[in-house]
Design a protein around this ligand. Structure first.
Ligand SMILES: Cc1cc2nc3c(=O)[nH]c(=O)nc-3n(C[C@H](O)[C@H](O)[C@H](O)COP(=O)(O)OP(=O)(O)OC[C@H]3O[C@@H](n4cnc5c(N)ncnc54)[C@H](O)[C@@H]3O)c2cc1C
Length: 463
């Protein structure tokens, strides 16, 4: 590192001269890689632009007031405190000097440059939201990838109920009580269900002029059905459960524009429609983060259509056996962007480095063990698909609960989440409804901008 030593100074860490391993990203992939290197005679530097490990699968619960941001994050320093050969650096990686084997990063508060030398590099930088070339949609329809995104969504969702209360007309009131969600993958489905539950179970009786129960949730997707990746049966169950909850499904529909207070769509038969909606949220599509493009430029690595970096079977970049890419930002055999792929590939890369440092032969091929996936629909209803096992309804929900409790990182978060869920499920209580407002009219710039219209229509894909 250009200021400070390259080797961690932690008591039992390896001394100067130990091979240096830099991990970019402290998400599921990066953390698994760091854990796989525990006790190995290497000096590990984990660089993340955020101070915390984030449990993304529960972001929607933070956005809708069930869990706090502290319950779905864990400070990276604390998580790795006992890993004596690991140091944590909070900085945003902007580039790579592949010749000198240095990562180039910016410090958080003064944007000062930090250079960190490496012998092995593990890239685990995740993905960002994709608007399919229509970045102008972003301020009008926030996506959900980070804590900041979840808090923005919480502010817009809860703020909309406040706007409805002081609306000048019935039409305006209904507009504020209409939420449009783009993308019916797990995130869109989970958010749609939560907004309906929030409105019908938690907020009812708290407002005088408006009725949160009148809330409409419109879910748009270009595909045939919600949760298509779960197969026909579970996808059908999910569609029925969503309709039961009062979510209005608009499948085979593409978004052509988003404007102040409305969304414009085109159906498969070519017909177009405008829907009034006070809040529009974007839960479709992923794109590789900017650091992936910088890495590809520096190494000549190939990328796929979303900008993810292509790797070989051993997860290294062609021509760079010292650089591993893992998790969502990796492009390999169409593996899905899920936590399990990130954890298993991160662990594999860490073990590979461990073997090489120990003079052992590394494995030739990363094998992914598919443990299945789950999506929450509403209280008491979830779907789970794991090989031949397909659960839905209450059984799926119980399985969902166990999986998420088991995987929440850190004891405090786990215990806190269990208590909060118990209150939320038994009393419809949402304890995390605080949101920051800034100055009066703080959203005026968003709601007063000219229409963001897409020429061809943004393809709405599963997230
Ligand atoms: C809303 C949502 C719900 C999801 N639900 C599920 C689910 O139910 N089940 C499931 O299996 N998967 C789910 N996923 C997917 C899962 O969260 C991802 O597959 C997983 O997080 C990928 O892990 P990763 O380590 O590759 O990336 P991430 O967990 O995204 O971590 C990337 C890390 O890199 C850091 N970073 C990025 N760029 C830089 C940079 N330039 N410099 C420094 N640091 C950087 C980020 O701050 C972040 O900490 C969900 C994702 C989202 C967004």
């Amino acid at each position: 590192m250009s200021h400070g030593g390259a080797v961690p100074s932690g008591g039992n860490g390896p001394g100067a001269g130990a091979p240096r391993v830099v991990i970019i990203g402290g998400g599921f992939g990066g953390l698994a890689a760091a854990r796989a290197l525990r006790g190995s005679p290497v000096a590990v530097t984990l660089v993340d632009r955020a101070p915390d490990h984030l449990f993304q699968p529960l972001l929607y619960q933070c956005a809708t007031g069930i869990l706090s941001e502290g319950q779905i994050t864990a400070p990276l320093r604390k998580v790795l405190a006992r890993h004596r050969n690991v140091e944590v650096v909070m900085a945003e990686v902007t580039g790579l000097d592949a010749g000198r084997r240095e990562v180039i990063a910016r410090r958080p508060l003064d944007a000062g440059e930090v250079r960190i030398g490496y012998d092995y590099l593990i890239v685990a930088a995740g993905v960002s939201q994709s608007y399919f070339g229509h970045e102008e949609f972003a301020p009008l329809a926030p996506g959900m990838k980070s804590i900041a995104d979840a808090l923005t969504i919480r502010r817009r969702v809860l703020g909309a109920f406040e706007m409805a209360e002081t609306a000048a007309s019935a039409g305006e009131r209904q507009r504020w009580l209409t939420f449009a969600l783009v993308g019916a993958g797990p995130t869109g489905v989970e958010l749609a269900g939560q907004i309906r539950e929030l409105a019908t179970r938690t907020l009812g009786g708290e407002y005088r002029a408006s009725r949160p129960e009148d809330t409409r949730v419109l879910l748009f997707d270009g595909g045939d059905a919600p949760l298509a990746s779960f197969g026909r049966r579970l996808s059908g169950v999910a569609a029925a459960s969503l309709r039961d909850l009062g979510v209005e499904l608009h499948m085979r529909t593409r978004v052509t524009g988003i404007d102040r207070g409305e969304i414009q769509v085109r159906a498969a038969d070519g017909s177009t429609r405008r829907h009034e909606a006070g809040v529009v949220l974007w839960t479709a599509g992923v794109a590789a983060p900017p650091v992936a493009a910088a890495l590809a430029r520096a190494t000549g690595a190939a990328t796929d259509e979303a900008g993810r970096i292509a790797v070989g079977d051993d997860l290294t970049i062609a021509g760079h056996p010292e650089i591993y890419v893992v998790g969502d930002v990796m492009s390999l055999r169409q593996l899905p962007g899920v936590a399990e792929v990130a954890m298993q590939s991160g662990w594999f890369a860490g073990r590979q480095v461990r073997r090489r440092v120990a003079g052992q032969r590394p494995a030739r091929r990363f094998r992914y063990l598919d443990l299945g996936s789950a999506a929450y629909i509403s209280r008491g209803r979830a779907v789970l698909s794991a090989g031949p096992v397909a659960l839905s309804g209450f059984a799926g929900w119980v399985a969902w609960l166990f999986i998420h409790i088991a995987f929440l990182t850190g004891y405090r978060n786990r215990a806190g989440a269990i208590l909060t869920w118990w209150l939320a499920f038994t009393r419809d209580s949402r304890r995390e409804r605080a949101f920051t407002t800034g100055q009066v009219g703080y959203l005026a710039d968003v709601y007063d901008r000219p229409p963001a219209l897409a020429e061809g229509g943004a393809g709405v894909r599963r997230d």
